[in-house]
Design a protein around this ligand. Structure first.
Ligand code: PMP
Length: 420
């Protein structure tokens, strides 16, 4: 059946990806173009803004109100609870590093090696239990349960389980509630890396029963530079401020500093108000169109996955098995063709933008590529609001041609990569 008119037009994804160039962008999992609603919000803010949380002038008050309104919009986007803080950060990496520094002393963190480096690396190595890339969901749950049980036998220190909402490599959705259920049996808190989940699926921290959630604006149709950490206030309020400086202080005397409670404690310095406004505008638009977005993307994702998987000489990847529910991310290799050459050829010959490499998830990519003679890297194609059926079909037929005949041009490996 034909897909409904692309939601890109309805939501106002900008022209580069729609009309000006016939360019098929399949790198939405890395960063997305900004929505028109986001551009409008930023434009309005740029015309009026002044200092935030400091001045008494009109523009300053308006700016402060916008900043706090942005916080409320983000809180609503994830269904934040009374006891949650919304802390604006630079991105998911920043959010998870903030959380890592805010953990009570003696906290042990449990994290799967399949995580993005942003979720794998911020934790104190001496107190981190690394769980191997699982073979299935059941396997993952058993691995987690065993590790938590083992820890609980010898320690009553705090525990934190880190899980991803959707993998940036395979696009597979992690059944977060099931991980939380296991974590709760051992009184562990749960942090959700929602960088890949937020653009594609509704997030409700209460329903998922997670304690912290982190995501980035630039993967959610807002520009770079703003992200968020939402989660339980108690550990955040008890922790040393993430940054020390103005704005994070309640009172400073010659002898002592009293740090603020609440979000301000971790937001020292003049905040990225424009970024927060952009992120909140993206949250509001995406939240209002969830069903249309999911319908659009799931049809494209299935077409992409099925199309690539059917090509001889092409291997598509999964951790949990081919049928597992996923967002529109498909990672693949083409037999006999280097992944960076695949992406160079797709770009130069077909106007298709994909990504190749290890996607900041080296341990997962190495595990999936395991085996003698296996290639070192892979190619990732990820759909978004601006993707169309034509884009998917173009990508699939281009990969099919590549797998059968190799690239159409001669390529030379230069410092800038493969050049035709
Ligand atoms: N987690 C996942 C699952 C991601 O895909 C990414 C971005 N590739 C990150 C974390 C880090 O996001 P950022 O670069 O915005 O900090």
């Amino acid at each position: 059946a034909p897909l409904p008119r692309t939601v890109a037009a309805d939501l106002g994804v900008p022209t580069l990806h729609r009309t000006v160039v016939d360019y098929a962008n399949f790198d939405h999992a890395a960063s997305t173009p900004a929505l028109e609603s986001v551009q409008a919000a930023v434009d309005a803010a740029l015309r009026t803004y002044s200092s935030v949380h400091r001045g008494n002038g009109y523009a300053s008050k308006v700016t402060s109100a916008w900043y706090e309104q942005a916080r409320e919009q983000v809180a609503s986007f994830v269904g934040a609870r009374e006891e949650d803080l919304v802390v604006f950060t630079r991105n998911t990496t920043d959010s998870l590093n903030l959380l890592a520094r805010a953990l009570p002393r003696r906290t042990t963190t449990f994290v799967f090696e399949s995580e993005h480096h942003a979720a794998l690396l911020p934790w104190d190595e001496r107190r981190t239990v690394r769980l191997p890339v699982p073979g299935s969901v059941e396997d993952a749950l058993v691995l987690l349960e065993e590790a938590l049980a083992e820890h609980a036998r010898t320690s009553d220190g705090p525990r934190l389980v880190v899980v991803t909402g959707a993998s940036n490599v395979t696009g597979e959705l992690w059944p977060v509630e099931r991980f939380t259920e296991v974590a709760r049996r051992y009184a562990a808190r749960v942090a959700l890396d929602a960088a890949q989940l937020a653009p594609h699926r509704r997030i409700d921290v209460g329903a998922l029963d997670v304690d912290y959630v982190a995501f980035s604006g630039h993967k959610l149709y807002a520009p770079f530079g703003a992200g968020v950490l939402v989660g339980r206030a108690d550990w955040l309020d008890a922790a040393a401020p993430y940054l020390r400086g103005g704005g994070a202080t309640a009172r400073v005397s010659e002898r002592e500093v009293q740090w603020s409670q609440g979000s301000a404690r971790h937001e020292a310095g003049s905040p990225n108000v424009i970024g927060a406004i952009a992120l909140a505008a993206a949250c509001a638009t995406v939240e209002a169109h969830r069903d249309a977005i999911e319908a659009h993307e799931s049809a494209l994702a299935q077409r992409l996955q099925a199309g690539l998987a059917a090509i001889e000489g092409v291997s598509t990847w999964s951790v949990f098995g081919e049928g597992h529910d996923r967002v529109g991310v498909v990672t693949f290799t083409v037999d006999g063709v280097d992944s960076s050459l695949v992406s160079a050829s797709l770009s130069a010959e077909h106007g298709v933008g994909v990504r190749d490499g290890k996607f900041c998830a080296h341990l997962l990519v190495d595990a999936l590529l395991d085996g003698p003679g296996a290639p070192a890297t892979a190619v990732r194609a990820s759909v978004g609001l601006a993707s169309t059926v034509e884009h998917v079909d173009r990508l699939v037929s281009a990969v099919s041609r590549l797998a059968e005949h190799g690239p159409a041009f001669d390529y030379e490996l230069t410092d800038a990569g493969w050049e035709p």
